[in-house]
Design a protein around this ligand. Structure first.
Ligand SMILES: Cc1ncc(COP(=O)(O)O)c(C=O)c1O
Length: 409
């Protein structure tokens, strides 16, 4: 008999930390059900994860060449923990050229925006501290807040006003424990971007309360009418930390390569030192991929205008098709590849009922709005609209038929 079998005769389960129970990652969790549907013989259209590569968009060849070269040249060990100088320099130049001037020592290369978010939150927010997070939110924010034993306070963004933040609601949530404000602009899941007046008010609010504004700008290059400037352009001296990556606008999400830029104000010097200390602890981000950052930011970007045209086309089909379905409405996205429509639900039904019903009946997989922090009875759900225009038309046809049946009960 093994030691474990002889000593642990009751087979007691190993307890897990409570913090894990306070979040769930709906975007991935829902895949379990999709696999069941697939196993039963229905083709599943995975409109749950925002990965352009899955839908045929290709990583630019010069970026792949840069990574290949780095691997061949032997850059396969650990790299410098804040990132290679050429990549940090490129990030600083990129942000500076868009009106948010920072020096390379304030740029760090990370394992995607995701790690940047985690490093910064861990550096800035103690257990019990409060983080202002948009509702709906990109779910990683809730996950990281839970991980560091902090508390998310959700400020509303309003679909009746193009998904702009409800500033009065935001202001009502601040307490002495609040440390940071998360702003996702351009936004996942809503496809909104904020006008300068709103951005200015967000900065003003943070400065008034000594909060750090965390600007998630991973979709900044994907405005349909051209790149969208970082919020820091409006006040380069404000306490702003910006995030982005190669995942979306450079079509390489699997490389897990991103960056953060810490605003030039000396008020952020301690924060920068803390972030660097944490970055030392995780050794480095993926080393060979860092060699693509300068190529991406300083080299040929001709894939981007073409990508923006494709996204705009898909956004238009999406908004037109959804708004034509009785009971359904959506705000037309203006950046990125997500939309968050709303269905007026029959009494007693939830967004999960609709999304699972749609999946089982048609194979179309979306994510329910409650996975992004919305009330389950409000009828929101998120669609990733990266599929080809023809496939999207087919998908919205299936969705229209199912929705009609769902509403008829
Ligand atoms: C708003 C937002 N932030 C961060 C991320 C994570 O991106 P990365 O692949 O750079 O970690 C995503 C991915 O979908 C996102 O939508």
């Amino acid at each position: 008999m093994t030691i474990s079998k002889s000593l642990n005769t009751a087979g007691t389960a190993i307890p897990v930390a409570h913090r894990v129970s306070t979040f769930s990652y709906a975007i991935r969790n829902i895949v379990v059900e999709a696999q069941r549907v697939e196993a039963a013989g229905t083709r599943v259209r995975y409109l749950n994860v925002g990965d352009p590569n899955v839908f045929g968009f290709k990583t630019p060849p010069h970026l792949i060449a840069a990574v290949e070269r780095a691997m061949r040249d032997g850059f396969n060990g650990y790299g410098p923990s804040p990132g290679i100088p050429a990549a940090r320099e490129a990030v600083a130049r990129e942000l500076t050229s868009h009106g948010f001037p920072i020096s390379p020592d304030r740029a760090l290369i990370t394992a995607g925006t995701s790690e940047a978010i985690e490093l910064v939150m861990t550096a800035l927010v103690d257990g019990g501290g409060e983080v202002l997070v948009p509702m709906p939110t990109y779910p990683l924010y809730a996950a990281v807040v839970a991980k560091i034993d902090a508390r998310a306070k959700y400020y509303r963004t309003d679909p009746s006003r193009g998904w702009q933040p409800d500033l009065d609601h935001l202001k009502s949530l601040v307490t002495p424990k609040t440390r940071v404000l998360v702003v996702i602009d351009p936004n996942n899941p809503t496809g909104a971007t904020y006008p300068a007046s709103t951005r200015r008010e967000l900065i003003e609010f943070c400065e008034r309360h000594n909060l750090v504004l965390l600007a998630d700008e991973v979709y900044g290059d994907l405005g349909y009418d051209g790149p969208i400037d970082p919020i820091g352009k409006l006040d380069p001296d404000a306490a702003i930390i910006t995030f982005s990556s190669l995942s979306k606008a450079y079509l390489a999400p699997g490389w897990r390569t991103g960056w953060l830029g810490v605003g030039r104000t000396p008020r952020l010097d301690d924060a920068l030192a803390a972030i660097k200390k944490l970055a030392d602890g995780r050794l480095c981000s993926t080393y060979p991929m860092q060699f693509a950052v300068a190529e991406a930011l300083l080299g040929d970007r001709s894939h981007q205008p073409a990508f923006r045209v494709e996204l705009k086309k898909r956004a238009e089909i999406t908004a037109r098709s959804l708004n034509a379905m009785p009971g359904m409405s959506c705000v037309a996205p203006i950046a990125g590849f997500y939309v968050m429509p709303q269905l007026t639900l029959p009494a007693g039904k939830t967004d999960v009922d609709y999304v699972l019903g749609l999946l089982r009946a048609t194979g179309v997989l979306c994510v329910y709005g409650s996975g992004f922090g919305m009330p389950a009875d409000a009828g929101f759900f998120r669609i990733v609209f990266l599929a080809s225009p023809d496939e999207l038309t087919e998908i919205y046809g299936l969705m229209a038929d199912y929705t009609k049946k769902f509403l008829e009960g």
